[in-house]
Design a protein around this ligand. Structure first.
Ligand code: GDP
Ligand code: ZN
Length: 312
């Protein structure tokens, strides 16, 4: 029996790269694995670590079982169906790419993404891209304010220009030998960045955006690509947002806002929703400027929305 990582799902088969060699096998699933739990449409996803039995012709194999996932992201169902699709599993690092302009990434969008990656225990770095464009005083002070908000929240921030090649080497260091995913609103520069860190990725992102323009659906299957300096990048074409599969209780929401979670240890009441309770350390920290008002307001907005179900 061998172990490998699922690098591609073609709909029928799974391509598995063996751990101890560069060999790739075209695999099917052992019958038992096809029996699914009812929450997801796919029992095996890109990024899964699997045990395989190598077939007679040595290019093929059978996936025997899936190792427990350390995390995963799902695509929210397009219809009312409860079944979600696992986009990728075992992600070491998510990069949330944002821009202050052209296009602007809204803080609420950022906080919802950060909530999701925190709930999935995915280490997340914020990339502020297009810093070559932020020359004006207004944008410089917006940039400083942005950094202040997310520094206080405890997130690592890296300022980059993909077109001017600023801090790309730092980004490469953060990605090296990890399974990485790039997320963010359309137009912030995700594909440009990926090509910039590893120019061997060029051909395929070109192909994908061409297909997008022609309206060809490239969204169904996900794939992981080797980075030429070590590690993998998970391609998530067309992934605009993702949701949570096991909704947590509203009392737990603050666990996924790291700075709120930190201050909450000193609240007088337990449980505390940090909305109205007296001697609430979180409300005090907001008043003192130790927690950004925008973060707190988005916490309240999410707390009060969606009937306490954090699907979006
Ligand atoms: P995606 O939708 O997130 O993949 O964004 P793209 O990579 O397609 O980039 C959208 C546009 O932003 C393209 O016209 C890029 O040339 C441009 N762009 C990407 N990065 C930068 C940057 O650092 N500075 C500037 N000025 N433009 C950028
Ligand atoms: Zn409190």
């Amino acid at each position: 029996m061998d172990t490998g990582i699922v690098v591609k799902h073609t709909g029928i088969n799974y391509i598995v790269q063996l751990t101890d060699s560069n060999v790739r096998l075209n695999c099917t699933l052992r019958g038992k694995l096809r029996l699914n739990d009812d929450k997801t449409t796919n029992p095996v996803a890109v990024g899964d670590i699997v045990d395989v039995e190598i077939g007679a012709n040595s290019n093929s194999g059978i996936i025997l079982n899936v190792h427990p996932r350390k995390n995963y992201i799902i695509r929210k169902p397009a219809n009312l169906s409860k079944q979600a699709h696992i986009v990728a599993a075992n992600i070491d690092k998510a990069f949330l790419v944002v821009s202050l302009i052209l296009p602007e990434t809204k803080l609420e969008f950022i906080d919802r993404f950060l909530l999701t990656t925190a709930a999935y225990h995915i280490d997340t770095t914020i990339i502020i891209n297009k810093i070559d464009l932020y020359e004006s005083d207004v944008l410089q002070s917006q940039l400083a304010e942005f950094e202040d908000i997310y520094n206080k929240a405890g997130y690592e921030i890296i300022k980059i220009s993909a077109t001017e090649n600023i801090n790309i080497d730092k980004l490469r260091e953060l990605m090296k030998d990890k399974v990485c995913v790039f997320l963010g609103n359309s137009g912030v520069g995700k594909s440009t960045l990926i090509n910039c860190v590893d120019n061997t990725q060029n051909a395929r992102t070109g192909k994908i955006s061409e297909a997008h323009k022609l309206g060809i659906h490239t969204t169904t299957f996900y794939e992981m690509f080797n980075l030429n300096f070590g590690g993998y990048i998970i391609d998530t074409p067309g992934l605009k947002g993702f949701g949570l599969i096991d909704e947590f209780e509203s009392e737990e929401l603050y666990h996924f806002f790291p700075e709120i979670f930190n201050f909450a240890k000193n609240c007088k009441y337990n449980p505390c929703t940090h909305t109205h309770e007296p001697q609430c350390a979180v409300q005090l920290a907001v008043e003192n400027g130790d927690i950004a008002v925008s973060r707190y307001n988005n916490y309240l907005k999410i707390l009060n929305a969606d009937n306490n179900k954090y699907r979006y």
